[in-house]
Design a protein around this ligand. Sequence first.
Ligand code: SF4
Length: 364
Amino acid sequence: MTDTAPDLDRLRGGTPPRNHDARTIAALTSNPGCARRGVMDAAGVDKDSVARHLGFASPFGQSQFAITRGNVFEAQVKAEGCAELITLLRDRLGLAVPEVAYDDLEVVAGNEGRELRHARTRRLIARALESGEGTLFDHPLLRLDIAGQAAYLEPDVIAFQFEGRFHIIEIKSFAVIDGQAEPEQVAAAARQSAVYVLALRRLMGELGHDPGRVSHEVFLVCPENFSNRPTATPLDVRPQLAVLERQLARLTRIDTILDALPDDLSFEPGEDLAEAVRAVDARYAPDCMASCEMAFYCRDEARACGATGALGRSVRDDLGGVDSVGTALALADGSLDPSADLAETAAQLRTAARLRSEALDGAA
Ligand code: SF4
């Protein structure tokens, strides 16, 4: 347990931590400067529940139909010890997969505890690394350090060992039609797969092996041409890995944020919830709408206080340290004297205001 663990437990108000999955980790790297998201995610707070209690529920997640279709397709591909998947790897990708061993790591002797499952994943992967035995590891429970906290990754992939290297196999239910899939869905799958590749590489390192034994090439398995017949496509996730590693390294250290927060802060539902949320700084930007359950609340808050971030990340970046629209306007019309660090931004704002005024006068 880390030093910050008791603080993070208190933040959740006694509720169990929400598990991270590859989607949430890929998403949290999209706004690494947001302390609010950093704290809530590190503590495993159910942000969806918090947003609903605040009256800002967001329509996040897949439809029940998509979830059911995905589960049916995955069960089909994995049936009978992944028979269909092995045929695909042999036929479509030309991999000479020899005799196949299949281990399902989802449950350990009827126990679904995460520590036990992670320990079994470590044990079997370690054995496979030493002996070369073991081909398919279904539902490996991996761990990744997020902002100083260990997050367990809920598994929905297969780790596949072939000629001494491991590959991640990601099964998705979106269709590949005439060899093409929706680029946004492929990009999202690549980002999620990169999270698994990174977690498996970290595990290799912990086990004293070369992380490079986990390939950057993952296999994406999807239904083909409006049918339920699976097809496999190799996907190079090096660009996504680079972004992920950079963003995770930049994530604000959670203990630094916790030090600045009230000792009794808790996100437990109740009348103090809104105050607790407001106590942690947010950095809202319009792209939060695609990646965070708190987006509707934070957007409302940002608009109410005239935050420059609500106008877009590029506007906030262009305005440097000017956080509010009111301050930007006052600097532009000269009614506010800038501090030394804002002198250059203020000069640019005054120039922009003068040009705008001249353009409007000219138009009139
Ligand atoms: S929606 Fe709010 S909490 Fe989530 S990343 Fe954006 S600013 Fe942070």
